[in-house]
Structure formats: structure tokens, C-alpha cells
Ligand binder design. Structure first.
Ligand SMILES: N[C@@H](CCC(=O)N[C@@H](CS)C(=O)NCC(=O)O)C(=O)O
Length: 201
């Protein structure tokens, strides 16, 4: 299988962490939907990465669908099999994805010429990021991982979102405000899967 992804995307990092944790072989095709001449629309009509192309040529997007496909392909599992446990892990993942969505909306708006930026839009997205970080901190509490002693997809998604914020929007300095998140993310960043997927500038 091959993964079309940029090295900076938090959604792609989530998938790359899973691939590494499960030691699944894949070809990494570095692509960005923003590049002139990008090939991404051939694989995803929405022109977004990541896209996973399976060995029979099936294109899977978005990152949550890719995670769903990858999870049973190798141990350990990052998504519980059923019930409220599964729903809560998917909700944790949605929280991470949502923090990333709002952060990226801010990042893109700030790339526009200053006179064309909409401060109300930036403030609205910033509220989502901040509320998301607060909810994450509350959910984690004093636990090692969001769902207890075992890492799940929710931890991966939320950590990729917070580390992306630190990379692209360092002014959203969550560390000094959240020692518990800092301890949790240090635990995750110590894993080889996180170490080898650090966003490159
Ligand atoms: N919900 C999607 C989001 C993917 C996404 O927004 N990827 C960004 C890169 S971080 C992208 O390719 N954006 C291109 C665009 O929006 O045109 C997922 O989880 O895969």
C-alpha cells in the first residue's frame, strides 16, 4: 500500500503513527494538495491528504477511514471493538481532528494579506481550539492516557493536533497552562512512532 501525505499534516501524522506502531510496510509518497500540479485529486476528489492507496488500487480517505482500515491489520489495536468504549475513542479522535481543523483554519486565514483577514473568524476558531484543549485536559485528568492505561487512537489524534499547533501556531502556548498534557505528550513523544513522524518545516 502507499500513503500520499505531507510531512506536516496532523491527520497524516496520525495515520503514520499507526503504520509505525503496527510495523506495516508502506510506500510514503510525499504530496501536498497545495502544490501546483499536485496529483492528490487523482486519488481523492476533495484534494486533501492523507490518502491511502491499497495494493488493489482502492483509495481511502479521510484519516479516520484510513485508521478504521488499518487497525485490524496489525497489533496492537488502537480502537476498541464495540460499544461505548469504541464510541468514546472515536469521540477523542474527533476532538483531536476538530482541534486540528480549527487550528488549520486560523493558520490559513493568517496566511492571507493582513487587510483581508477576518479577526472575528480567527477568534471563533481560536475559541474552538482553546475549548478543545480544555476538554482534552479535563478528559485526561491524572490518567496515563485518555482511556486509562492503554494508548488509543484518541491519544494519537489529540497529540498530533497539539504538536501541530506547537509547530505552526506557537502563540497558542498550551504547555505552560497544562502540566498534565505536557506529561502525557512527553510519554507519547518518547515512542519511536512519534519520534520518526515529527513535522518537518
Ligand atoms: N478530515 C480530513 C482532513 C484532511 C485535510 O484537511 N488535510 C489537509 C492537509 S493538513 C489538506 O490536504 N488540505 C488541502 C485543502 O484543504 O485544500 C482528514 O482527516 O483526513
Amino acid at each position: 500500500m502507499k500513503l500520499l501525505a505531507s510531512k506536516t499534516s496532523p491527520y497524516a501524522r496520525k495515520v503514520r503513527v499507526l503504520l509505525a506502531e503496527k510495523q506495516l510496510a508502506f510506500e510514503f509518497v510525499e504530496e501536498s494538495a497545495w502544490n501546483a500540479g499536485t496529483t492528490v485529486p487523482r486519488y481523492n476528489p476533495l484534494n486533501k491528504v492523507p490518502v491511502l492507496v491499497t495494493d488493489d488500487g482502492t483509495c481511502l480517505f479521510d484519516s479516520s477511514v484510513i485508521a478504521e482500515y488499518l487497525d485490524p491489520l496489525g497489533a496492537p489495536s488502537f480502537i476498541p471493538p464495540a460499544g461505548i468504549e469504541r464510541a468514546l475513542v472515536r469521540r477523542d479522535e474527533a476532538l483531536g481532528n476538530g482541534i486540528a481543523d480549527a487550528g488549520i483554519a486560523i493558520f490559513l486565514e493568517k496566511k492571507r494579506e493582513a487587510s483581508r483577514q477576518d479577526p472575528a473568524w480567527i477568534a471563533r476558531q481560536r475559541d474552538k481550539v482553546e475549548a478543545g484543549i480544555e476538554a482534552l485536559a479535563r478528559e485526561l485528568g491524572g490518567k496515563a492516557y485518555l482511556r486509562g492505561d492503554t494508548i488509543t487512537l484518541g491519544d494519537v489524534a489529540c497529540a498530533c493536533a497539539l504538536l501541530w499547533l506547537e509547530f505552526r501556531l506557537p502563540e497558542i502556548a498550551w504547555r505552560p497552562r497544562h502540566a498534565e498534557l505536557e506529561r502525557w505528550i512527553a510519554r507519547l513523544e518518547a515512542r519511536p512512532s512519534f519520534a520518526k513522524t515529527r513535522p518537518a518545516a
